[in-house]
Design a protein around this ligand. Sequence first.
Ligand code: BGC
Length: 521
Amino acid sequence: MVYQIYPRSFADSDGDGMGDLSGITSRLSHLVDLGVDALWLSPFFRSPQKDGGYDVADYCDVDPLFGTLADCDALMARAHELGLKVIVDLVPNHTSDEHAWFRAALASAPGSPERARYIFREPDAAAPGVPPNNWLSVFGGSAWAKHPDDPHGEWYFHLFDASQPDLDWRNPEVADMFDDVLRFWLERGVDGFRVDVAHGLFKADGMPDQVMSDGGELTSEPSDMVRRGLTEAPMWDQPEVHEVYRRWRKILESYTAESGVERMMVAEAMPLTAAGMARYVRADEFQQAFNFAFQWADWGAPQFRRVISETMEALRTIGSPPTWVLDNHDQPRHVTRYGGGPLGLARARAATLLMLALPGSAYLYQGEELGLPEAEVAPEFRQDPRTDRVGRDGCRVPIPWSGSASPYGFGPEGSTPWLPQPEDWAPLTVEAESGVEGSTLELYRSALAARRSLSGDDVELLDAPYEVVAVRRGEVEIWLNAGAEPVPLPEGSVILSSEPLADVLPPDACAWLRVQSRASL
Ligand code: BGC
């Protein structure tokens, strides 16, 4: 069980409105009470924070917003004392435009070794305003820009925000630099890395125009880019990326061997097919890769059945454990995705119980254990550089810990969180939900504890009504009712349920039951 912490929004120890490392250290007991094994910290490195820290200016230092390297050491030491592993985020696809390498590139001539660490192109003299190819940024618009500080006016490539220039991984200096970054954090004692955009590092040789195989038009809608990008894009999932991960795995193994403490890495990679995903978790690459299938599925039994069967099927062939995730810092929270309000919450709790019964690893995102909905963030407060819809700020609103009004214990009394917290979050604080039977926090705590007693690396989908998911794992059956009518449950003892049960499973609910082996029925 891994718990994702978004450092800006977890706990603010100094009252500047921004979460920080000391704040995290002071709240680690919450993770122990919840029952997770590890925490993953989104980036806290030196950064101008144009993309919430995913724009790194120095990979080996802590941004003063979050504290110091000494605070980081203290956090890791405390986490380890408490038996928690620590995973840090590694962002290898791009740096910030304030990284020393990019500043040196801008200060150097076209064609220089400094520019060769990034992807620069000379404008076409006949059409200086036309970018070198038709590729689009995930965040919207062309993936090419001319930097205001570039006296030579060259194009440079950015898959994400213009403040995040892509590195050229065909240049060996880049790989060498990241070896050093890995070693830096391994030496400090981190247990692993979450690798950002792991399928993006290499671009197809020559960077040819993107051609839609369905003959469709490329639009500059970011969502369109991501959708199409998964299937038909020369910027994703190039075979060369795997060499990088083999190299990193060797580094991790050397630290594992030396210290006796296993080091791991998990890929944020989004190839389209399960077979593509399986390549990232081959024996000499990542130990795990995120599986976003739940997060992308709508509420519904057929959807959930498909997520489970496709995931398990893909992994059976390679023997890597599955992973599951419902929420993270990039997507609206699942309470809101499933309709919001009491209905969205009931469904979210049910989906969580289903997910937590499955084998492998589950990744939780801070605040989902409180049943937080996506917060509405007024336009004047929004910070996400993504240009579509309302951006990703609503799931990044600071966590409510206690009290009846903002900052709800996130920071000292009187401090103002960097994103405003909703006025109606008093019932959703850790304090308000702790010890309260039936609260979402207590449901998560019970589920995490009960999960430890589940056994079996595989699951079987059972025959059940169309609107019901029924899964068997060892001696436990997990039933989720996404239909409108209550359904009868098999005989057995209820371990857990997302709603109070009579002898039927109500709509929008999930239950775990210990049943007799079907074979012996
Ligand atoms: C991270 C995002 C980030 C992007 C660019 C992702 O997949 O999760 O938050 O904006 O990479 O680094």
